[in-house]
Design a protein around this ligand. Structure first.
Ligand code: SF4
Length: 446
């Protein structure tokens, strides 16, 4: 084994024990790929050599799920995270696991199918911030708010790519282990930056994970996917979505998804509908005359600038996505979910707001699955509640309208997980209601 390993472990121990600020927690970016796996393994082993009573600093293993990760990889990562959680408790280590995900209003489907954003390319790459940077940043900021400062441990390596090497160099402070992060009060520690790819694989082949099991599945994944991994993206300088990596299966920034093609070539045929759908996104993006509105979402028009996808295209995306999900679930089981129920509801809310849509999410869902979506049950429940409210407000029908409108505002905000502006909207509603009441009273008196 490389002589670097004992040196790196000693460096990790030293940083853990002799940090001038003993409270600041560590946040370790974990993608389930080879680099962050090696990093976590080294940290874990270094920690085991520290006496129990000195292991006081929390280490958060943070893993971001864009919700459009390759389902096969997500499954593997989730199993690994569960094992890590259990082993950390058993081995009495202050290692905690945190999964981060985009907010509902930021998910890929709500933006692509709901709002009609074009499939991303290098010029309009709206997804990286929403799906990757923001969720992790929110977590890091919450820790900074609690503890004052944090140290972010990254598995970045100079040998990984020219870009990454330049990025590491740019932020390096000579002779110092930590470098400043773009976020205030956050520092970066990259213990494996000098490990080359051969040394990394050699280490993973020779040393089993201290949380149990082996690295066989990880190695098979890399071999079959013919791929590199997409590291945890925490700022614009982190190379996020390179050419060949385990990234989002919907990614249209890359020309071809080599990792998914690699997996299919190695027998994972069930992923074929995903490749077909991704290719359809590319086609729609590259032929705006056919698939996109001339007018932008803000109502303006400009020569050469296209608006969102046409309504029928968004409805078609949803239909094809649900068909892919149905076929994959039939083969691989219910857990292979491509879109969540919450996202379906949020898409419906967005379509409803755009008020250009005849299509209903529930109708598309029902026709694909040949069932009655629960949304119908919700609708029936709402109908009954509405009846009851109408009875109660029989003497004051205007109150019925006011309550209904307030509920509608609240429901929309809740579905979009966006409470901003809620108070204002409710206050405006009340103002309007009071004004109308006054006007009605005046006209009655007159
Ligand atoms: S992998 Fe592709 S789709 Fe995913 S965040 Fe990066 S650029 Fe966007």
């Amino acid at each position: 084994m490389s002589i670097k390993v004992p040196f790196i472990e000693a460096e990790i121990q030293d940083q853990y024990l002799h940090d001038e600020n003993s409270d600041r927690p560590w946040i370790l970016g974990f993608s389930g790929g080879k680099d962050s796996t090696m990093l976590l393994q080294l940290v874990w082993k270094a920690l085991l050599k520290i006496p129990r009573e000195l292991r006081r600093r929390e280490i958060w293993v943070v893993c971001n799920d864009t919700l459009v990760e390759n389902p096969h990889i997500v499954n593997f990562i989730n199993r690994t995270l569960d094992t890590i959680k259990v082993a950390a408790v058993e081995q009495d280590l202050p290692i905690l696991v945190q999964k981060t995900t985009p907010r509902l209003e930021d998910t890929f489907w709500v933006n692509l199918i709901g709002r009609g954003y074009p499939a991303p390319n290098n010029v309009f790459r709206w997804c990286t911030e929403r799906l990757k940077i923001d969720p992790t940043t929110r977590f890091i900021k919450s820790k900074i708010a609690e503890d004052g400062e944090v140290i972010i441990l990254l598995g970045t390596r100079s040998a990984e790519s020219g870009n990454r090497a330049r990025s590491i160099k740019r932020h390096e402070v000579k002779g110092q282990r930590l470098r400043k992060h773009l976020l205030p009060n956050a520092y970066v520690f990259a213990p494996i930056k000098d490990v080359d790819t051969n040394e990394l694989w050699q280490y993973l082949m020779q040393v089993s994970p201290p949380w149990g099991g082996t690295h066989k599945e990880l190695m098979t994944l890399y071999r079959n996917a013919n791929s590199g991994d997409c590291p945890l993206v925490i700022d614009e300088t982190t190379p996020s979505c390179g050419n060949s990596r385990f990234g989002c299966w919907v990614c249209t920034v890359v020309k071809r998804d080599k990792s998914m093609e690699g997996l299919i070539g190695n027998g994972e045929d069930w992923m074929e509908p995903l490749v077909a759908l991704r290719d359809y996104f590319v086609e729609t993006r590259d032929n705006p005359e056919q698939y996109r509105e001339k007018r932008r979402r803000d109502g303006t028009e400009k020569e050469g600038v296209w608006g969102p996808y046409k309504p029928w295209v968004r409805a078609e995306f949803l239909r094809q996505l649900l068909e892919a999900q149905r076929d994959i679930q039939a083969e691989q089981g219910e857990s292979m979910q491509l879109i969540s129920h919450q996202e379906l509801v949020a898409i419906q809310v967005t379509w409803y707001r755009d008020s250009i849509f005849n299509a209903k999410v529930a109708d598309i869902y029902n026709s694909v699955y040949n069932v009655q979506l629960d949304m119908q049950k919700h609708e029936e429940k709402f109908r009954q509640e509405e009846e009851l409210l109408r009875e109660v407000c029989a003497d004051q029908p205007q109150d019925f309208d006011l309550i209904q409108q307030s509920l509608k505002v609240l429901k929309t905000k809740t579905l979009m997980v966006k409470k901003r502006g809620l108070q204002n909207e409710i206050e405006n509603l009340l103002d309007r209601h009071i004004r109308t009441e006054k006007e009605a009273a005046l006209s009655h008196a007159a």
